[in-house]
Design a protein around this ligand. Structure first.
Ligand SMILES: NC(=O)C1=CN([C@@H]2O[C@H](COP(=O)(O)OP(=O)(O)OC[C@H]3O[C@@H](n4cnc5c(N)ncnc54)[C@H](O)[C@@H]3O)[C@@H](O)[C@H]2O)[C@@H](O)CC1
Ligand SMILES: Nc1ncnc2c1ncn2[C@@H]1O[C@H](COP(=O)(O)OP(=O)(O)O)[C@@H](O)[C@H]1O
Ligand SMILES: [K+]
Length: 499
């Protein structure tokens, strides 16, 4: 699914109005109806509703929602925050219609702000996508009052005060909703870690904006949906054999961190690889053979760490269809030497994670040695070590895009809504996963998954988008069984289902 900019969203609204065609006021009515349907499916009439409206079209939506809920016999009190002398035309129209059936209270100064109580619902329709400057004055006071109230808060389209795709200033006053119900495609702001407080749980309601326009509008930002991912998954041929699904090599583990290697190996096997060889320090040999009997094990000459020495009689690197390196390997000088040699010899895209990324961050000459189209899977701290500190989520997205494009890597920046940046400059945000996955070892599982997909011949960008989605989906299944708190990394592997 595409993510459009505010400017493109405005043009999308305009295009829909001209080409469906539909009058602006009817499109607003459709938005209000969609919101009302969403609301009435979740909240019953016992909860009093206070709707706070601005003077633009977001306020217009709020007035129309007030009318629809009043007609459904919800207990509704409507407020107009009078921060400016002028109202939008469609606001005026809905104002006249609401006036016929209900009273409207004006908020011009702080005295006019009502006390919002427990069990009440506050609907925020003060400012929408038209936000052009930081909030101030009475708008700020109303937002503060709503945020400090015990009510359930629902933002119409976007939280008032939140810029949809640019950074807010440091001391901005922004609604902190429990829910955001948005009419347009997801906005970039909804997917950024530092903005979660200003989004809450977000829901998209379809108001029939032009699909033709969306299809031909260029964007570099995408939100991965299940339908798109289904398209990527390749069915198995009836006459296939284990040679059809590649031979992966994982270089993982060190003394005390063999678990990372076991997690990555099991996830790799659960993701359809034909054959798996795992290279571990000698101390990991029995651990691996015992816990993952499906894998072949290649012990390193060193007892505790991967050293790449002595050169054991391993098959040529080129015989492997994919190589994954990093989970649990530590950052010893011998392991650095091993990584240096590996990167110099590898010809195909690899999967590079965890300590391998930390070693590369400290030895930057290695960046040029990484095969093009390799997948790097840093979490934010690892990515910062690899690049630089960022000033906002948007700054970070710029660094991410440039780093992936300049080096021709696929960079999987992990977290809620993992962002996958590709060599061609696009960024794909993931839609699956949950906070139960914030626990040690879940990243190692992802490395195993991605290595298996590359081994099976998936293109690295497809592998990253598909693998990250399925990793999150397995995490969601595991959370359903166990609850988020009880979830641990191996539950994700056990919950993988590739169908
Ligand atoms: N066809 C459409 O355009 C549709 C629009 N819809 C609604 O319309 C919204 C966008 O409407 P508008 O473009 O009128 O935008 P807003 O309702 O966000 O209001 C914009 C107005 O607020 C002023 N303003 C901006 N920042 C301010 C601040 N910090 N303090 C005080 N005033 C400020 C602007 O000068 C402008 O006059 C969407 O978010 C959505 O809710 C929906 O009805 C769906 C259809
Ligand atoms: N709140 C969250 N929502 C969705 N996914 C999450 C969340 N927290 C963590 N994850 C996922 O869990 C994994 C954590 O990886 P990582 O930080 O490398 O952990 P580890 O190094 O312990 O394996 C990533 O894939 C990340 O996207
Ligand atoms: K709003």
């Amino acid at each position: 699914m595409k993510i459009l900019s505010v400017e493109q969203t405005r043009t999308l609204d305009q295009y829909t109005i001209e080409h469906e065609p539909i009058a602006p006021i009817n499109l607003m009515e459709r938005a209000a109806q969609a919101f009302t349907d969403w609301y009435t499916a979740r909240f019953d009439k016992s909860r009093p509703v206070r709707i706070f409206c601005g003077l633009g079209n977001n306020g217009g939506d709020g007035l129309a929602i007030a009318r629809l809920l009043t007609q459904l016999e919800y207990s509704v009190q409507t407020y107009v925050v009078r921060y400016a002398p002028r109202e939008s035309e469609d606001f005026m129209h809905n104002h006249r219609r609401l006036k016929l059936i209900s009273s409207i209270t004006y908020i011009e100064n702080e005295r006019d702000i009502p006390v919002i109580r427990n069990r009440e619902v506050a609907i925020d329709a003060i400012l929408g996508l038209g936000l052009s400057r930081t909030t101030e004055g009475i708008v700020q006071s109303v937002i503060d009052a709503i945020n400090h109230s015990p009510a359930t808060v629902i933002a119409v389209d976007i939280a008032s005060g939140l810029f949809a795709d640019t950074a807010n200033g440091p001391n901005s006053t922004i609604i902190q909703p429990d829910y955001t119900v948005t009419f347009h495609l997801p906005k970039l702001a909804f997917l950024q870690p530092t903005l979660g407080l200003y989004v809450g749980e977000w829901h998209w309601v379809d108001i029939g904006l032009s699909r033709a326009f969306i299809e031909r509008t260029p964007t570099t930002y995408f939100y991965t949906t299940e339908k798109e991912v289904r398209h990527l998954l390749r069915p198995r041929n009836r006459f296939s054999h284990k040679g059809s699904f590649g031979h992966a090599l994982l270089l993982v583990g060190s003394y005390g961190k063999m678990g990372a290697g076991v997690l990555a190996s099991r996830a790799c096997l659960r993701s359809g690889v034909g054959l798996l060889t795992v290279q571990v320090p000698r101390c990991g040999y029995e651990i691996l053979q015992t816990t993952v009997p499906e894998a072949m094990c290649q012990p390193d000459g060193h007892l505790h760490i991967l050293s790449g020495q002595p050169d054991l009689e391993a098959p040529e690197l080129s015989t492997y269809s994919a190589i994954g390196v990093g989970p649990g390997i530590g950052t010893a000088p011998e392991t650095l030497a091993m990584l240096r040699k590996l990167l110099s010899e590898a010809q195909k895209p690899m999967v590079i994670d965890a300590d391998a990324i930390n070693l590369i961050a400290k030895n930057r000459d290695l960046i040029d040695k990484i095969p093009k189209n390799s997948i790097l899977t840093p979490h934010p701290k690892e990515f910062e070590r690899l690049t630089r500190r960022w000033t906002s989520d948007y700054d970070k997205l710029g660094i991410l895009r440039d780093f992936a494009q300049r080096n021709r890597f696929v960079v999987v920046l992990k977290g809620a809504h993992t962002a996958i940046a590709t060599p061609d400059g696009t960024t794909h945000f993931n839609s699956t996963g949950n906070p139960g996955m914030s626990t040690g070892g879940t990243g190692d599982v992802l490395t195993g998954i991605l290595t298996a997909l590359i081994a099976q011949g998936y293109d690295p960008v497809e592998a990253a988008v598909l693998g990250v989605f399925e990793h999150g989906r397995a995490g969601d299944r595991a959370a359903q069984n166990r609850g988020q708190i009880g979830l641990m990394a191996s539950d994700i592997t056990d919950s993988l289902r590739w169908d």
